[in-house]
Design a protein around this ligand. Structure first.
Ligand SMILES: [Zn+2]
Ligand SMILES: [Zn+2]
Length: 283
């Protein structure tokens, strides 16, 4: 059984519609994918219809934009009730916050000699309710300012970068609580990728587990090298955290994240399902 529990559709910043994503997963021989669009459940219905047709399973999920001491941290929630009002309210706040910082980013880009209009960004958003830096990056590529999304992020859009603007995001502790109260399973995405180990120290991960009931971490993720995976796997084992593996696929939007390039062991997946079922979450 091949299981990839972290993927994005065009409903957030991937490039495939939920239907295309599910069909590709089936073609790649995956049995289960988790759809984890940023801060929205909007793609789930379509993905599940497509999954029924393609004969694979979609685990309902989302990836919440959170923060820890001012640094960005991503939280995966599996099996959350998509009608849970406190969670939905928070997701709306995060999405509004993200859209709200766009003018400031565009101003900074203009100052850097790379003018882009809001209309030009809109062309890259598609049907996504979740406008983010990847869409700004796509517009920069289209205007010929950079060669791909990666360059846009590496040079300008990274956290604290010359074209970066701060925005509202949910405190990680509150995020975990919201996921738990919506009957979901809370997992930290790529905890030690891209320098996040500075904030998500073993002590912090231990606190999040013992006091806020974090239940898992992504260990096998393209942003983690082998040494990082080893350290993280033993920390997870010590804390009793589930260790997941996933591609973080974004379609053509991100290189090095091919569907199924990292997978979650079947016993870990079954444990996630068991917990969601036990609390009456969404499957
Ligand atoms: Zn992420
Ligand atoms: Zn992701």
């Amino acid at each position: 059984m091949r299981i990839d529990l972290h993927t994005h559709s065009a409903v957030s910043d991937g490039t495939d519609t939920p239907t295309q994503l599910v069909r590709k997963a089936a073609e790649e021989g995956l049995d289960v994918i988790g759809l984890t669009d940023h801060d929205t459940f909007d793609g789930l219905r379509e993905a599940r219809l497509a999954a029924a047709e393609a004969g694979i399973t979609v685990l309902p999920g989302l990836e919440m934009s959170c923060k820890l001491d001012g640094a960005s941290v991503h939280l995966l929630g599996y099996g959350c009730d998509p009608h849970n009002q406190p969670l939905l309210d928070e997701l709306t706040r995060v999405r509004v916050g993200r859209t709200g910082r766009l003018p400031e980013m565009l101003l900074k880009l203009t100052d850097l000699g790379m003018p882009i209009s809001e209309e030009e960004i809109a062309q890259h958003v598609g049907g996504s309710p979740s406008l983010g830096r990847p869409h700004v990056a796509d517009a920069m590529v289209a205007k010929g300012y950079v060669k791909d999304r990666q360059e846009a992020f590496d040079k300008y859009l990274y956290e604290g970068g010359p074209a970066y603007a701060n925005r509202y995001s949910c405190d990680i502790r509150r995020g975990i609580e919201l996921v738990r109260r919506a009957n979901g399973v809370a997992v930290i995405a790529h905890p030690w990728g891209r320098g996040r180990d500075r904030e998500l120290t073993p002590a912090v991960l231990s606190e999040l587990t013992l006091e806020y009931r974090l239940e898992g971490v992504e260990v096998d993720h393209p942003d983690h090298n082998q040494a990082t995976r080893q350290r993280l796997r033993s920390l997870a084992a010590g804390l009793g955290l589930l260790a997941l593996g996933s591609s973080d696929h974004h379609g053509l939007g991100k290189v090095g994240h091919a569907l199924g390039c990292e997978t979650t062991p079947v016993e870990v997946y079954e444990e996630i399902i068991r917990r969601i079922r036990q609390r009456g979450g969404q499957l």
